[in-house]
Design a protein around this ligand. Structure first.
Ligand code: MN
Length: 258
């Protein structure tokens, strides 16, 4: 089994190596990750400049590691389309420092990297721990290993993207695992302004999130000291919404009246 490990916190982040260390017992691990913190880049792909891919000395024996001057998504694409010669069976992104919950998931580079794997038809998993300091990577790494073992035995469908979030707790304090949907976590983004001596600049500053703790959501699971596993809807099947169909035919009727 060949496993591609990536992240958005940068190739030297502790969480990435904690993950790689556990996954080594499940398969061959190849690391391809941004050369620096690329949190918040989502699925972004660099198309306006060339990229560099540097082979680096791994912090663990027996793994190959590449540092990419680009986004998390670039790192996955360069690995899958260039650096890795054999078939990749699983993509795991993380372990991120900080949660990736609710609508935040759509700007998350951790999830964005996993999503690139998913676009290539490879089962892909994003793993995050809900803390920025004194992060308990051990439980998250073991959880990733168990999921990788499940993938190795066909327990995870090819077209599956999972978003796993863990509370930052020692194993004995974690109260369970919930399969969840994405919750609502709204930030009141603030725009700071300043002047650099030449031009006005603007800086988006994320405020304290407003939590919508709806039962069954990922946020709700973590609030209860439980692990959350969310799967993404099958984007290829789309919505089957009657009201949208009605609106569409209404619009077409109006277009024809012009
Ligand atoms: Mn990050």
């Amino acid at each position: 089994m060949q496993i591609l490990v990536t992240n958005d916190d940068g190739v030297y982040a502790d969480g990435l190596w904690a993950l790689a260390r556990e996954l080594k017992s499940v398969g061959d691990v190849i690391i391809s990750a941004p050369d620096r913190d690329q949190s918040g880049k989502g699925t972004s792909v660099t198309l306006d400049r060339p990229l560099r891919l540097n082979k680096i000395a791994p912090l663990l024996d027996g793994v190959q590691a590449y540092s990419v001057e680009g986004t998390p998504g670039d790192s996955v694409i360069l690995a899958l389309r260039h650096a890795v010669k054999n078939k990749v069976d699983l993509v795991i992104s993380g372990i991120n420092e900080g949660p990736n919950l609710g609508n935040d998931t759509f700007i998350s580079g951790t999830v964005g990297a996993a999503m690139q794997g998913y676009f290539y038809g490879i089962p892909s998993i994003a793993v995050s721990v809900a803390a920025f300091q004194d992060v308990h990577f051990d439980v998250a790494a073991e959880m990733a290993k168990l999921l990788a073992e499940a993938a190795a035995s066909g327990g995870i469908p090819e077209r599956m993207l999972l978003n796993v979030n863990l509370p930052n707790l020692p194993r004995e304090k974690i109260k369970g695992i919930e399969v969840t949907r994405l919750g609502e976590r709204n930030y009141m983004d603030k725009v700071d302004t300043g002047h650099d001596g030449k031009r006005q600049y603007y800086w988006i500053v994320r405020g304290i999130p407003e939590w919508g703790v709806h039962p069954g959501s990922d946020i709700w699971a973590l609030e209860q000291d439980k692990i959350s596993i969310s799967s993404f809807p099958d984007v290829y099947n789309g919505y089957n919404s009657d009201s949208l169909k009605k609106l569409a035919s209404e619009i077409f009727r109006k277009l024809n009246h012009k």
